[in-house]
Design a protein around this ligand. Structure first.
Ligand SMILES: O=C[C@H](O)COP(=O)(O)O
Length: 250
């Protein structure tokens, strides 16, 4: 990690977790309290657990985030949750534009931008996800694709102090595969350059790496240049692994 903002390790539980999993939030909170505050830790549980998780997390200064939000504040949008609702339930972050949302729900860059802007409107910090497919990387187009996603997906106007970008190569998600550290560094440097151009070189926007982050590879990935933290999927479901990754960020 470069010296700069406090590293952020966020856990995306995706569609995992029943009420029994709140014990894991408690264990993550207790472990986090023991770890100290030089890393920021956030869990994004499914919406059904958000309020209960937030009540537990508040005791430990653990952050809570949503996994998606609607672009509207309220209205006739059956099944959707607004950023205001997530904030009301105790979230301070929300993931937008995750590749699973882009692929399974047809979310465009423009929609992701609207959601990220909605998050800012509601006082949340959006974690805006970008990343290339395997075919795009093999064709040498990874940076071009990610720059295009950034150009279309970042909120407008940008609030640099409340913005996180997560680089998640799609082919690395849940596969056990990761890019080389050099490839992660090159991509994060390109994202940083783009953010510098958009919001100024002193922007505190953190750039997370996501995709098969585990206790065994976390130290190398988290200490690569321009990496300010991680967005963790599967390994965030157990306190033991998630806390080991958080510790690797120190
Ligand atoms: O949001 C998290 C990412 O999709 C990474 O998931 P993963 O750590 O299970 O590969």
């Amino acid at each position: 990690m470069t010296s700069g903002p406090r590293p952020l390790v966020a856990g995306n539980w995706k569609m995992h977790g029943l009420t029994a999993s709140l014990a894991e939030i408690e264990a993550i909170g207790a472990g986090y309290a023991a770890l100290g505050a030089s890393v920021e830790l956030v869990v994004c549980p499914p919406a059904t657990l958000l309020a209960a998780a937030a009540a537990i997390a508040a005791r430990f200064n653990l952050g809570i985030g949503g996994q998606d939000c609607d672009a509207q504040a309220s209205g006739a949008h059956t099944g959707d949750l607004s950023a205001e609702m997530l904030a009301d339930a105790g979230a301070s972050y929300v993931i937008v534009g995750h590749s699973e949302r882009r692929a399974e729900h047809g979310e465009s860059d423009a929609l992701v931008r609207a959601k990220a802007s909605a998050a800012l409107r509601a006082g949340l910090t959006p974690i805006v996800c970008v990343g290339e497919t395997r075919a795009e990387r093999d064709a040498g187009r990874a940076i071009e694709i990610v720059e295009r996603q950034l150009a279309g997906s970042l909120p407008a106007p940008i609030a640099a102090e409340r913005l996180v970008v997560a680089y998640e190569p799609i082919w690395a998600i849940g596969t056990g595969l990761t890019p080389t550290t050099n490839d992660v560094t090159s991509m994060h440097a390109a994202i940083r350059a783009r953010l510098d151009a958009l919001v100024g070189a002193s922007a505190p926007t953190r750039i997370l790496y996501g995709g098969s982050v585990k206790p065994s590879n976390a130290r190398e990935l988290l200490h690569a240049p321009h990496v300010d933290g991680a967005l963790v999927g599967g390994a965030s479901l157990t306190a033991k692994d998630f806390l080991a990754i958080a510790e690797a960020a120190l």
